[in-house]
Design a protein around this ligand. Structure first.
Ligand SMILES: [Zn+2]
Length: 103
């Protein structure tokens, strides 16, 4: 009775599986826009990433990881946006993403 289903997703950078809620979602919307989906509510194909600095930096260096997960390569503008996002993100002492200034 009352069996709880916890959705698990895999980080595209380190391939670790975690409960979906612990991960950040990045979405390619049906309109083709790239969205950093903190609330995990945007429609579209999503990719998941740990909140760890190492994972974000890995994807900033290898945007192909994100392109592959979203089934469409990132445009040069989107790569720049991704790098900007990682630069603007705030991580705490445990290297966990805590806040991001929206551009
Ligand atoms: Zn990761």
């Amino acid at each position: 009775m009352g069996k709880k289903h916890i959705p698990i997703r895999t980080c595209i950078a380190c391939r670790t599986s975690r409960p979906k809620r612990e991960l950040m979602r990045i979405v390619r919307t049906p309109e083709g826009e790239l969205v950093f989906d903190a609330d995990q509510k945007a429609r579209g194909r999503g990719a998941y990433l740990c909140r760890r600095r190492a994972c974000w930096e890995r994807v900033a260096q290898r945007p192909k990881l994100l392109g592959n997960a979203l089934k469409r390569p990132l445009s040069p503008d989107e790569v720049a946006m991704l790098r900007q996002y990682v630069e603007a993100a705030t991580f705490d002492e445990e290297n966990e993403l805590t806040d991001v200034e929206q551009p």
